[in-house]
Design a protein around this ligand. Structure first.
Ligand code: H2U
Ligand code: ZN
Length: 350
């Protein structure tokens, strides 16, 4: 039975599916299943080393990297070209098609690595406002510099944190991939933003943000420039979406104070994550920004996604298997419950 008021109470104990308007797909929610017994895989998480400098780290200042280059004795952030890049800027232009079904083309790109600070042990959750600001400025400078390359149409800035997410090194760092085509997920979001604006003359995420602030069921934290919510359509148990309050399309549109506030909100959400299971919380996060194809993309709304794998403790993770590989994503804990748990946590390192 539909609820004309849009209240969720009628669905809270009932299997249901929720629509993701950014990707235009459904997620199955099974709230009645949260009590099921667990006899599955339990991870052991390596405790952080606690070293400020690790002589064996490829990313620490002054050390030699795996590729043979030596890092400078950097004192703030440090960006270098990935020694093992997934994409190459000078890939020869080729395309093959065999019938309508076998299609491939070369892809040009640039891959960089950005160290957040000289400190081997300093995660975003533990940084000072000035250190966070340096990271935000590094992201902005990289976006602007890569956008200037004519052939670059998309810049993906992302952080894999923790061995569970495949991060190859504990030294806090991000990756930056710039390439000639818009990748799958941003391309799907772009279509959704464009269609929504065509149909409503409004912005998809501005309107969504208003709904979230009005209902206040999934808001985790906010400051003057950003709001963190567990999105209504979250797939990962503690997935969050960071939304700018102002309608802007890229990190380069942030004002001076908004750049400080971006650092602030990222520190606060990652500290909440660390406090959730008293562990250095693993995740993949990244910014979704307008394509860098020379168009203004007024329909695009700057945001970041956090996709953390943990489910119920520091050692029990969610796997995307079975029905999720073959049917659609599914979750047991509701986004509202996840948001409430994150909202109750402290924003100071415990
Ligand atoms: P991840 O931790 O997200 O895997 O990122 C680390 C990147 O750093 C990875 O892409 C690169 C790897 O290729 N790297 C170097 O470029 N040089 C090194 O000496 C070590 C790692
Ligand atoms: Zn290091």
């Amino acid at each position: 039975m539909s609820d004309p008021g849009g209240g969720l109470s009628s669905l809270h104990g009932t299997p249901h599916r929720r629509f993701n308007p950014l990707l235009r797909e459904w997620v199955l929610v099974s709230p009645h299943r949260t009590q099921r017994p667990w006899l599955g895989k339990v991870e052991t998480l390596a405790a952080p080393s606690g070293l400020r400098y690790d002589p064996d780290c490829y990313l620490c200042p002054g050390n030699e990297r795996a590729g043979g280059d030596r890092n400078p004795k950097y004192i703030s952030t440090f960006v270098f070209d990935n020694d093992y890049p997934a994409l190459l800027p000078d890939a020869p232009v080729t395309k093959i098609t065999q019938g309508n079904l076998i299609i491939a083309e070369s892809e040009a790109g640039n891959c960089r690595v950005g160290c957040f600070s000289p400190r081997h042990d300093l995660t975003i959750s533990q940084m000072s406002p000035a250190e966070l600001r340096a990271v935000v400025d590094m992201w902005k400078d990289q976006f602007v510099a890569l956008e200037e390359l004519k052939w670059v149409r998309h810049v993906q800035i992302f952080e894999n944190r923790g061995a569970l997410m495949g991060a190859s090194n504990p030294h806090p760092h991000c990756q930056i991939w710039a390439n000639a085509t818009v990748p799958n997920f941003p391309a799907r979001e772009l279509n959704s933003f464009q269609d929504y604006t065509d149909q409503t003359n409004s912005c998809l995420l501005c309107d969504y943000l208003q709904l979230e602030l009005q209902r206040n069921e999934r808001v985790v934290c906010q400051n003057d420039a950003f709001v963190v919510v567990v999105p209504f359509w979250a797939v990962w148990p503690f997935e969050t979406l960071v939304l700018s309050k102002r309608h802007i399309a890229a990190i380069s549109d942030l004002s001076d104070s908004e750049r400080d506030l971006l650092g602030d909100i990222l520190r606060r959400i990652t500290t909440r994550y660390d406090n959730l299971f008293q562990t250095s919380f693993p995740y993949s996060m990244g910014f979704h920004q307008r394509p860098t194809d020379g168009n203004a993309h007024a329909e695009w709304h700057f945001h970041a996604h956090y996709f953390p794998p943990l489910l119920r403790s520091a050692t029990v993770q969610k796997f995307m298997v079975g029905y999720e590989m073959l049917g659609s994503p599914q979750r047991d804990i509701t986004p509202e419950t996840a948001a409430q748990r994150l909202a109750e946590l402290a924003e100071t390192v415990s």
